[in-house]
Ligand binder design. Structure first.
Ligand code: PDD
Length: 290
């Protein structure tokens, strides 16, 4: 028994499709020992992956950035995602892919001949509820204490784990992190603000994970006539924003209506959010009907 997990679900591990209960990784796997690996999360609706190309490009970028070379090309990754979705039979779900540097004697530097461990699982996910969409989320500001390569989707997530626990401890849904007084991102989401109808996002540099929603929101903003600027955003600008929003594969786009215990704007989801949310819902409808 693993709380909350279906041990009979099918997972992929190093070329084999297995019951989750039968999938085993060595204790010397560098993912376990050092957090030496990367991952990605591809959302799917009605069993169809959403923006898979972007996710697989980021997966390949993450692998390159830490010099892991896997014997899988783009079409192999696509086949894996399709096969996992098919075997799971799930409708709205997320496909989790993880690659570590593999099993080796415990020495920090890269081993010479390790074979990467490739793992994939699919888990059901619930789209944001009406309550979350209409009432919004709560968030608090915290300092960003993570490393300087947050652009890599690394499985070394201790900083993010501590950040998310800080949200739980504060009784809110998400944290908004700041480094040197400037907005970075949430514990597991990107953060956006709107001021006077203009949508603002922090620069896509090494201090944040560039969410796949970045490209999507850019497209949706263009479609709905919302001006988007990418620049450093100071802490006071977030505190005085008309709107705050978060995006991620699983939360799509959601408004933050309570920030540091105070209402954001008039305390209700704003106009910029509503336009982007409509575009997001349409993009999913188009995927389902394609
Ligand atoms: N996390 N920033 C961080 C730190 C994240 O962990 C995530 C998503 C994002 C948003 O990225 P995307 O739009 O590609 O989902 C930004 C995933 C969902 C996770 O770790 O489960």
């Amino acid at each position: 028994m693993i709380p909350g997990v279906d041990v009979d679900s099918i997972v992929y591990l190093n070329g084999e499709y297995l019951r989750l209960a039968d999938a085993k990784v060595s204790v010397l796997d560098r993912g376990f020992i050092f957090g030496d690996g990367i991952y990605d999360v591809v959302p799917a609706y009605s069993g169809r992956p959403f923006r898979m190309d972007d996710h697989l490009s980021r997966l390949e970028r993450s692998l390159d950035s830490i010099n892991i070379s896997v014997d899988m090309n783009r079409s192999d990754w696509e086949t894996l995602v399709a096969e996992m979705l098919h075997r799971s039979g799930l409708s709205d779900c997320m496909v989790y892919i993880q690659v570590t540097r593999g099993v080796a004697k415990r020495e920090h530097a890269f081993p010479k001949n390790s074979t990467p461990t490739v793992f994939c699982m699919v888990a059901p996910f619930s789209r944001p509820t009406e309550e979350e969409r209409n009432q919004g989320l709560s968030a608090v500001a915290i300092p960003d204490i993570r490393w300087l390569r947050c652009n890599i989707k690394s499985v070394s997530l201790l900083g993010n784990v501590l950040a998310k626990q800080a949200a739980v401890d504060a009784g809110v849904n998400e944290v908004v992190q700041f480094r040197d007084g400037y907005l970075t991102e949430g514990a597991s989401s990107n953060v956006w603000i709107a001021k006077s109808g203009i949508l603002l996002a922090p620069p896509r540099d090494n201090l944040i994970l560039e969410g796949i929603r970045f490209g999507l929101i850019e497209e949706l903003a263009l479609q709905s006539g919302v001006q988007l600027q990418s620049r450093q955003i100071a802490e006071y600008e977030v505190a005085t924003a008309d709107e705050i929003m978060i995006t991620s594969a699983t939360r799509e786009i959601l408004p933050v209506t309570i920030y540091n215990g105070k209402p954001v704007g008039d305390g209700r989801p704003g106009e910029v959010y509503s336009k982007l949310r409509e575009g997001y819902d349409n993009a999913i409808k188009n995927l389902e009907q394609a």
